[in-house]
Design a protein around this ligand. Structure first.
Ligand SMILES: C[S@@+](CC[C@H](N)C(=O)[O-])C[C@H]1O[C@@H](n2cnc3c(N)ncnc32)[C@H](O)[C@@H]1O
Length: 304
């Protein structure tokens, strides 16, 4: 991330969840609060900026002069939406299972504008939620939460961190997090932006801090996404866009190598979903243009 610049990618992923919740009849993930984190002017400017990318992303459709709504729907379905919507749906389904077996702490690493804690208030959820994020992104979130007229729920703790400079276990241990109790960790849309050694260090830190039975879910790119001759067109475009907004993607992993790393760190891999399996679970039978994104995988592991 650019120093002191709030995560642009966090804003875009939240905006896409908001757009999908408002505009799609057949919801992959219903982030029904996200819309309220954006002003009316921002809706206009986000739509303009995103549809301005249509000639790059889908030149065939751009040549047909689609309406702004047709352009946005297509961009969300084919490019910006599949990863964020399916990974959030997957994570919250896994989290629900963890809650059923008694997990009472949820740590969201690189939370961005995640609304889980606002969608599950204290009356309906016994879960303590810890949002860990870059200080600039977290400051932006606080401003947007205040502008939406929301209070920070009592069960939510916001903790700033720069993963490249600070220790996750130090910051969590200094909070009300209870390391002796199992927790559920999510780490969505972050691993791509960190160097491989920072990803490995974070996995090690979560392991060193989390009690047995704790679970970690995250999405990652495969190694081929970083090899120009092997990376698909969409992922190449994503590299280009990420670099342009100052958040270049840095790490991809061969799925078996990542599973072996987790095993060495005393995690047990529960699921390591390739795009084909993500397609089956989240996108099959749809009548729109949503499909799983090539090169993006979901990992679910439990601390042994
Ligand atoms: C693509 S956003 C994803 C946000 C959210 N998890 C989601 O799915 O919408 C990437 C997130 O990683 C965070 N991030 C990136 N680099 C970071 C770093 N060095 N330290 C802490 N957080 C970082 C950003 O602040 C941002 O919230």
């Amino acid at each position: 991330m650019v120093e002191n610049q709030a995560g642009v990618t966090a804003l875009v992923t939240a905006y896409i969840r908001a757009y999908h919740a408002v505009n799609s009849q057949d919801k992959i993930f219903n982030d029904y609060l996200a819309d309220r984190l954006f002003s009316a002017e921002e809706h206009v400017s986000f739509n303009q900026n995103l549809t301005g990318m249509l000639p790059l992303i889908n030149p065939e459709l751009a040549a047909l002069n689609p309406t702004p709504k047709q352009a946005m729907d297509n961009l969300v379905e084919t490019h910006h939406g599949p990863i964020t919507l399916s990974r959030s749906a997957y994570t919250e389904a896994c989290l629900e299972q963890a809650i059923q077996r008694g997990v009472s702490q949820y740590v969201i690493l690189g939370a961005g504008l995640d609304t889980y804690a606002f969608r599950h208030n204290q009356k309906t959820s016994p879960l303590q939620v810890f949002e860990i994020d870059h200080p600039a992104t977290q400051a932006l979130k606080r401003q947007r939460v205040a502008a939406a007229g929301w209070d920070i729920p009592p069960q939510l703790v916001l903790i700033p961190i720069d993963f490249t400079r600070q220790s996750l276990s130090d910051v969590l241990r200094a909070s009300t997090f209870q390391p002796e109790r199992p927790a559920f960790f999510s780490w969505l849309g972050v691993s791509y932006y960190l160097a491989p050694d920072v990803v490995a260090a974070t996995l090690r830190e979560v392991r060193s801090l989390a009690a047995p039975g704790s679970e970690l879910v995250f999405d990652y790119m495969d190694a081929e996404a970083f090899i120009p001759e092997k990376a698909g067109k969409k992922i190449q475009l994503m590299h280009w866009i990420a670099s342009r907004v100052g958040e270049p993607m840095k790490a991809g992993f061969e799925p078996g190598v990542l599973a072996a790393l987790l095993n060495d760190l005393a995690y047990a891999v529960l699921e390591n979903l390739p795009p084909s399996e993500i397609e089956t679970r989240f996108f099959s039978g749809r009548s729109d243009a949503f499909h799983a994104f090539d090169h993006v995988h979901f990992m679910r592991a439990v601390v042994r």
